[in-house]
Design a protein around this ligand. Sequence first.
Ligand code: SF4
Ligand code: SF4
Length: 96
Amino acid sequence: MATWITDECIGCGACEPECPNQAIRAEGDVYVIAPELCTECVGFHEEEQCQAVCPVECCLPDPDRPETEAELLERAHRLHPEARFGENFPSRFRRG
Ligand code: SF4
Ligand code: SF4
């Protein structure tokens, strides 16, 4: 499930540079995530980096877009054809 930014966003911009996929952009006074670019940080981090830095914790899994880890990893491969994700790639699904 791609991450989405809820109405709670205060437009601080902290999340935007943290995204490994450049999926976050400003839209008016708030920020939005392009779901086709979001991998929930699978392949890069153990947790969603936008949510990790968000002061109001409004970057949440979008219940309308359920996706498996395999689908998200495939997207990461597509977005970063040069990257090599080993067997132990970081993933929120593998967090202890
Ligand atoms: S969850 Fe990760 S990939 Fe998705 S928008 Fe947030 S920082 Fe970017
Ligand atoms: S870090 Fe949170 S409050 Fe700040 S722009 Fe991103 S989603 Fe909005």
